[in-house]
Write a protein that binds this ligand. Structure first.
Ligand code: NBP
Length: 485
């Protein structure tokens, strides 16, 4: 059999089919395979009809035989066991130097494990985040590959050809780092996506319930917002959603049940932030907000018992809309600052050499969080690659300073009105905590020492020296082992 194909792709669901068409548009010959083999011919006779350089394979053996060497096999299957199963099925048909790529939403510890496993067999492995959904896969996703360093030159051209491009033409795909780095960056992207969506939802509820705005009015507000600093895919689709009517002329958004689903990447981000001791509070609140929304029956029952304040907005409506816009922008800056703090800590923990300007650039287009704002983040890290926190970049410090009054008014008004705004609120609390040279943790340490002899450090002694007080006069002088969390 002639070895003519550049790459094989296994998994002919929405992402796989569209990635194959995208690769083929860029001149690559692709072999298509799927667990349910009948879907191969369905694909060839439907979406891939007439494309001679998309070749169907009806077995893994046939697929492998069609590939140029070193062979490149990309999996676009359900994350989890399916990836391990396919690795085992493909392995006997590959040889040292060949490459397996997992483009699904795999959890990064799995990618670390799989990279080690395949490298131990002399093969190469890439776990790549692919973002942008169906349309991204078809016309230009944002891609975040990581894994065996030697594998990057083998796929760089294909990946950068099919990836989205920033307004200046740079591909939204770059090497993220060793083993699980790509999937970690993708996980963090998804966590930030949770945060962005929650922030927009809170702005929506403040406009709707705080100001009593109609869908049409909110559509107009978001149309304006999308022309400025908040110009982004998520604001753009929210603008369109607010105006969308069904065949009966009713707004579809008003008919949708208010219980949010989740597939786990936001939760993974929050769990990782807790594991690494990083206060990524906004993404955490966004995950919990989805959990609370899912408790629909409980909420309906509680709404009949638990009273809130009676609230009627009085004041300058237009000015408050601007307060909400600025609260959204400032909270978003905090969320991205937290996201990059997490990436920095993960890089330390897992020994990745993450390139922060490159991450911002890869997210600039093609993915769900794409925005003008990410261009500013890229500039900040390009100005100072060692920037310890986005909030300390001159541009972002200036924006926060400008937005601060509005941000506080919006949060205060939400609290006063009894409208939940957990992401706005936690962002502001983080900001105030982060800029505090002294927090009340002195008292907390005293409490810990009081009941558990956990010891404390003193402001008048060098760091690392621990003290214990016999607070009650009844305890002994023995302290517990020190530990930090
Ligand atoms: P799905 O996540 O729905 O997966 C469908 C594919 O997985 C089919 O090829 C199916 O084969 C195969 N598969 C399943 Br399901 N269970 C399997 C098993 N036990 N063993 C082998 N193959 C199995 O497809 P998708 O929505 O295209 O997503 C593909 C990957 O990309 C996922 O990891 C997803 O999280 C990720 N992703 C999706 C999006 C999106 O917008 N959909 C965006 C970004 C990333 P079959 O045809 O035989 O059932």
């Amino acid at each position: 059999m002639e070895q003519k194909a550049d790459i094989a792709l296994i998994g002919l669901a929405v992402m796989g089919q569209n990635l194959i068409l995208n690769m083929n548009d860029h001149g690559y010959t692709v072999v298509a395979f799927n667990r349910t083999v009948s879907k191969v011919d369905e694909f060839l006779n439907d979406a891939a009809k007439g494309r001679k350089t998309i070749i169907g394979a009806h077995s893994i053996q046939e697929m492998a035989a069609l590939l140029k060497r070193p062979r490149k096999v990309m999996l676009m299957v359900k994350a989890g066991q399916a990836v391990d199963d396919f690795i085992e099925l493909v392995l006997p048909h590959l040889e040292p130097g060949d490459l397996i790529i997992d483009g699904g939403n795999s959890h990064f510890p799995d990618t670390i494990r799989r990279t080690k496993y395949l490298e131990s067999k002399g093969l190469l492995y890439i776990g790549t985040g692919v973002s942008g959904g169906e349309e991204g896969a078809r016309f230009g996703p944002s891609m975040m590959p990581g894994g065996s360093v030697k594998a990057w030159p083998l796929v760089k051209d294909i990946f950068q050809a099919i990836a989205a491009k920033t307004p200046d033409g740079t591909p939204c795909c770059d090497w993220m780092g060793e083993d699980g780095a790509g999937h970690y960056v993708k996980m963090t992207h998804n966590g930030i996506e949770y945060g962005d969506m929650q922030l927009i939802c809170e702005a929506y509820q403040l406009l709707k319930e705080g100001l009593g705005m109609s869908n049409e009015e909110m559509h107009a507000v978001l149309t304006e917002w999308n022309k400025g600093e908040l110009d982004s895919y998520l604001v753009e689709i929210t603008r369109d959603i607010l105006a969308y009517k069904d065949a009966q002329g009713d707004y579809v958004v008003d008919k949708i049940l208010d219980t949010a689903g989740q597939k786990g990447t936001g939760k993974w981000t929050s769990v990782s932030s807790l594991d690494l001791g990083m206060p990524v509070t906004l993404i955490g609140e966004a995950v919990y907000a989805r959990c609370l929304s899912a408790m629909k029956d409980d909420r309906v029952a509680a709404s009949k018992i638990l009273q809130g304040p009676k609230f009627q907005f009085s004041g300058d409506k237009k000015a408050f809309v601007e307060d909400i816009r600025q609260a959204l922008l400032a909270s978003k800056i905090v969320s991205y600052a937290q996201g990059f703090m997490l990436l920095r800590e993960a890089a330390k923990e897992y020994h990745w050499n993450l390139n922060y300007p490159s991450i911002a650039m890869v997210w600039r287009a093609g993915c769900i969080i794409r925005s003008v704002f990410l261009g500013k983040i890229k500039d900040a890290f390009a100005r100072n690659p060692n920037l310890s926190n986005l909030l300390l970049d001159d541009y972002f410090t200036g924006v926060i300073e400008r937005c601060q009054g509005s941000w506080r008014r919006a949060v205060a008004k939400a609290v006063e009105a009894g409208i939940p705004a957990p992401a706005f609120t936690t962002a502001l609390a983080f900001y105030d905590g982060y800029r505090s040279a002294r927090l009340p943790a002195n008292l907390l340490q005293a409490q810990r020492d009081y009941f558990g002899a956990h010891t404390y450090e003193r402001i008048d002694q060098p760091r690392g020296k621990f003290f214990h007080t016999n607070w009650t006069g009844k305890g002994g002088s023995v302290s517990a082992g020190t530990y930090t969390v």
